[in-house]
Ligand binder design. Structure first.
Ligand SMILES: [Zn+2]
Length: 164
């Protein structure tokens, strides 16, 4: 009798979302407080504080692959991307080697701000943040690029992630 052969397992396609199918983790080497990633009401995943954070404290560094303007243009076409513009030439792609900061959602009334210091993107608290709060930042998308509707739910929501 011929032996039965198992069907070859379907070849897994590379996921579009680097975090698809698994809970992304915070890289604690870059976080200054206890933080965690969890589902967000704003969009997919979000970064949350696990402890109270005072104002004006460094929270986390936005890390990732440093890519050129040309490569940024290519990756920008992806449905989901985690690109942070560092300067006129360089962009940090948080999809590769991201600390978890790449999951921070946009909010029109954010509790964090970003500062670029010597080529590092650092996120600081704008105000006191309570344990359990989702961390957010104003993405300040330019007004001359594709407009993205905002559903952050803040009372002062401008309706768009782009600035007016
Ligand atoms: Zn909004």
């Amino acid at each position: 009798m011929p032996s039965k052969r198992k069907a070859a397992p379907a070849k897994a396609k590379p996921p579009k979302d680097p975090a698809a199918g698994k809970t992304p983790q915070v890289d604690e080497r870059y976080a200054c407080f206890k933080l965690k990633l969890a589902k967000s009401k704003i969009h997919r995943w979000g970064l949350y504080a696990c402890e109270d954070i005072p104002p004006n404290r460094k929270i986390i560094e936005y890390t990732g692959e440093r890519i050129s303007r040309k490569e940024t243009k290519r990756r920008d076409d992806r449905e989901l991307h985690y690109l942070f513009t560092l300067d006129n030439y360089w962009t940090i792609d948080g999809a590769v080697g991201g600390s978890g900061a790449e999951y921070i959602n946009h909010c029109c009334n954010p509790n964090l701000r970003a500062t670029i210091i010597k080529g590092h993107i650092l996120y600081f608290s704008l105000r006191a943040v309570e344990a359990g709060e989702e961390l957010t930042i104003d993405y300040h998308f330019p007004k001359d690029v594709e407009r993205v509707p905002c559903k952050c739910g803040a009372p002062n929501c401008r309706g768009w992630i782009n600035v007016k």
